[in-house]
Design a binder for this molecule. Structure first.
Ligand SMILES: [Fe+2]
Length: 363
């Protein structure tokens, strides 16, 4: 409501009623008049809209019902309370007005105390409604802020945990930042692809980005002598190394059993458990093949292998971006999903930029 006098728009095609109402209300309210429906709609939608509208039903041209219908269809003015002025008293007509969104009726001939009382009541009601709407908006904002804060805290804890595992064989942990960004590039590029669009909505892409850092969390169960060995693993060591997806998966299963599942845990489980599966079925731990491998695992596989190739590890030196790209190209169809690898080849420059943005300082 305006801080000064509330503004009332009086709509009637009979000058007599306009004069009566202006005279009645001018002391307490700022009054504006309209002599027909068109003029009423223009004045209601002006830069200084009224706080309440008194609307005659029977008018030449556009009648009051139509004016009311149009007002309620316009989001800019639909909350302005409308009181119908009518000589009609039949229930059916009153019902029609209420159905169109009017808040009340005043019958002609009008009783001045009733007109004043109804206007005052509906202005107060509308103000209260507005205050409530503002409070709801404020509450919604607070809930949203609190939820975002909880999400950030949860994500920070998860990232921290994954970094601790990573710190055992990678001093900077930038591998996590790079791979989660590679995954997002692939997912964004594939979100309209016929094979992937059913899965890659905005929510899932965000989950993929946030769960990607957990992919190797199961390495916490791999002994240091294997994880840090500066040379090739023998077959017995390799068996233990290949258990890291199982370790991670089992840890998440236990969390799920204790606390119930979430979308986050579902995607995290898929990434952890299937990022070493290969398209031709020769991967581990289960030897899944083709579309049996969850999409999350297939995306992570490309991201993880590219990053492993371009980075120095205790057991190998790094390859250049160009060599890594060529090696992935050679592995299309037996290691990687052909459509995901194709997108990697198309977007390889973005991978190179991410690698440079989050480069390991010791490399
Ligand atoms: Fe891994």
């Amino acid at each position: 409501m305006n801080p000064s006098k509330p503004k009332i728009l009086i709509v009637d095609d009979e000058k007599f009623y306009l004069d009566v109402l202006v005279d009645l209300l001018k002391e307490d309210y700022k009054t504006v008049i309209a002599k027909d429906g068109e003029q009423a709609l223009r004045r209601a939608a002006s830069d200084a809209p009224p706080d309440l509208i008194l609307l005659d039903i029977l008018m030449e041209g556009m009648d009051g019902y139509e004016v009311c219908r149009r007002l309620k269809a316009n989001p800019a003015v639909q909350n302005i309370p409308v009181i119908f002025l009518t000589v009609k008293s039949e229930v059916a007509d009153e019902l029609r007005g209420f159905e169109l969104g009017a808040v009340d009726y005043i019958s002609k001939p009008m009783s001045p105390p009733i007109v004043r009382a109804r206007i005052s009541t509906h202005l107060a009601l509308n103000e209260a409604r507005q205050v409530l709407a503002d409070q709801n908006q404020l509450l919604e904002r607070k809930v949203r802020e609190r939820t975002e804060e909880l999400d950030r805290t949860k994500y920070a804890a998860i990232f921290c945990m994954a970094s601790l595992v990573e710190a055992r064989d990678n001093e900077t942990g930038k591998h996590l930042l790079r791979t989660q960004n590679y995954v997002r590039v692939l997912a964004e590029a594939l979100k309209n692809h016929p094979r992937f669009r059913h899965y890659l909505d905005e929510h899932t892409i965000e989950l993929l980005y946030k769960t990607a850092p957990l992919h190797d969390i199961g390495k916490v169960g791999v002994p240091d002598r294997i994880l840090l060995k500066p040379g090739k693993l023998d077959s017995e060591e390799w068996v233990l190394m290949k258990k890291h997806p199982d370790h991670g998966y089992e840890a998440l299963l236990r969390a799920e059993q204790e606390m119930g599942t979430t979308d986050f845990l579902q995607v995290a489980k898929e990434i952890i458990y299937t990022h070493h599966e290969k398209w031709d079925g020769s991967g581990y731990p289960r030897g899944l093949k083709g579309d049996e491998i969850p999409i999350a695992g297939r995306l992570m596989a490309v991201a993880d292998v590219y990053d492993a190739l371009i980075c120095r590890r205790v057991y190998k030196s790094s390859f250049t971006h160009e060599v890594a790209v060529e090696m992935i190209r050679q592995a299309v169809g037996y290691h990687f999903d052909p459509d995901i690898a194709k997108v990697f080849l198309e977007r390889q420059e973005e991978f190179k930029q991410i690698a440079s943005l989050y480069a390991d300082t010791q490399n």
